[in-house]
Design a protein around this ligand. Structure first.
Ligand SMILES: Cc1cc2nc3c(=O)[nH]c(=O)nc-3n(C[C@H](O)[C@H](O)[C@H](O)COP(=O)(O)OP(=O)(O)OC[C@H]3O[C@@H](n4cnc5c(N)ncnc54)[C@H](O)[C@@H]3O)c2cc1C
Ligand code: SF4
Length: 326
């Protein structure tokens, strides 16, 4: 049986109070929203906060509405609510699909979009019980000094594993963050860094309050594809998110593609304009885009599935995402 350590549970009435509580316990407090990632991690002894600060009851973090040319989604909205919301389904089908493919129904009812954005990175050698990790001698990300994936490097390459984040990146979304020091806005495309130990730019004292997505034009098309072992519950082995603006004659005006679940930071596929801009999305263009993605994606053994197979799946699922797009 995996038991939790003792901690103080706080249920603040406002975001300001939550931020004050967080600031009062530097390095000793953790935020909890749905708890679907935090709780297993605490049971595995990966986090042992003395204070846990609840967010889901805060009305300020709820609501999904169109406002000033944006769709604003409160950070504590559940993934189930996001995936079902008519504005999300109508305008951002890729986001509805991504939110609706996280884990399984129970976890989507509890898990939130803010928690998904701030999800810890995952690795075969890290997401294990304390006893398992102890037997291995731990690793760089927690309690040890060696990375079992790269063997030589002094860098953690655990996988970014959140389904909604790559989609939000392709949609040009931003996240609002609040701390006792004030508030700031960060583009989701700039939210992640290539460091598996702490892979976001969120400060330890900051709370994500909402994500805001610019409303798309009638010519915007979006798609999302996920590879996982089983059709439900499992984390991604690979995610492909794409968004494009198509012209009058269905030619591609611009395209953004993000592949994730490889390393600590979702990968923006570079150079798509060179092969796609001004052209219709026919089989040859799709093939050229798939080739670009394949060249730029290099899965590692951070997930217990053959990295060569995962790499081979990149062009397959890019082609599927492009077919979904049109
Ligand atoms: C069996 C299983 C399968 C899963 N499958 C998937 C999957 O396929 N895809 C996927 O993306 N995820 C998956 N998850 C992970 C998880 O369920 C989701 O990522 C979920 O969205 C996390 O949200 P939460 O509200 O439960 O986060 P929590 O567990 O409450 O928090 C996660 C982290 O985010 C921080 N946090 C939460 N809210 C905020 C906020 N507003 N501001 C700042 N920090 C915050 C917490 O401090 C914590 O560090 C799975 C989990 C399980 C147990
Ligand atoms: S990538 Fe390396 S350092 Fe990071 S969690 Fe895995 S084994 Fe540990």
């Amino acid at each position: 049986m995996l038991r939790l350590h003792e901690y103080a549970y706080h249920r603040p009435d406002s975001v300001a109070e939550a931020a004050r509580l967080l600031a009062a316990h530097p390095g000793r407090a953790r935020l909890i929203a749905g708890g679907t990632d935090l709780m297993p991690n605490m049971k595995h002894g990966l986090f042992t906060p003395e204070h846990v600060i609840a967010l889901k009851q805060l009305s300020e973090l709820h609501g999904i509405e169109e406002r000033d040319g944006e769709l604003v989604i409160g950070a504590a909205e559940s993934l189930a609510a996001v995936s079902r919301h008519p504005a999300v389904r109508g305008r951002f089908s890729s986001l509805a699909r991504a939110a609706g493919s996280v884990a399984g129904p129970q976890l989507r009812n509890m898990g939130t979009i803010g928690g998904n954005l701030c999800l810890d990175t995952r690795c075969t050698y890290y997401n294990q019980t304390y006893f398992w990790r102890n037997a291995l001698g731990y690793c760089l990300k927690k309690d040890g000094d060696v990375c079992h994936v790269t063997k030589v490097g002094k860098k953690c390459v655990a996988a970014h594993s959140a389904d909604t984040a790559p989609v939000l990146m392709t949609l040009g979304a931003v996240a609002d963050l609040v701390s006792v020091g004030g508030r700031r806005t960060v583009a989701v495309a700039d939210f992640f860094v290539a460091d598996g130990i702490e892979n976001t730019v969120r400060g330890w004292n900051e709370i994500v309050t909402c994500v805001r997505i610019p409303l798309p034009s009638a010519r915007t098309r979006t798609a999302f594809q996920k590879v996982r072992q089983r059709g439900a519950v499992d984390f991604p082995l690979l995610n492909i998110a794409v968004a494009a603006e198509l012209g009058e004659g269905q030619e591609i005006e611009s395209m953004r593609m993000v592949v994730s679940a490889l390393g600590a930071r979702p990968r923006v596929i570079a150079g798509l304009d060179r092969v796609a801009a001004g052209r219709r999305l026919d089989a040859a263009v799709a093939e050229a885009i798939a080739e670009r993605a394949f060249e730029q994606c290099h899965p590692l053994t951070n997930i217990i599935v053959d990295p060569e197979w995962r790499r081979a799946m990149v062009p397959v699922y890019v082609r599927r995402a492009l077919a979904e797009l049109v």
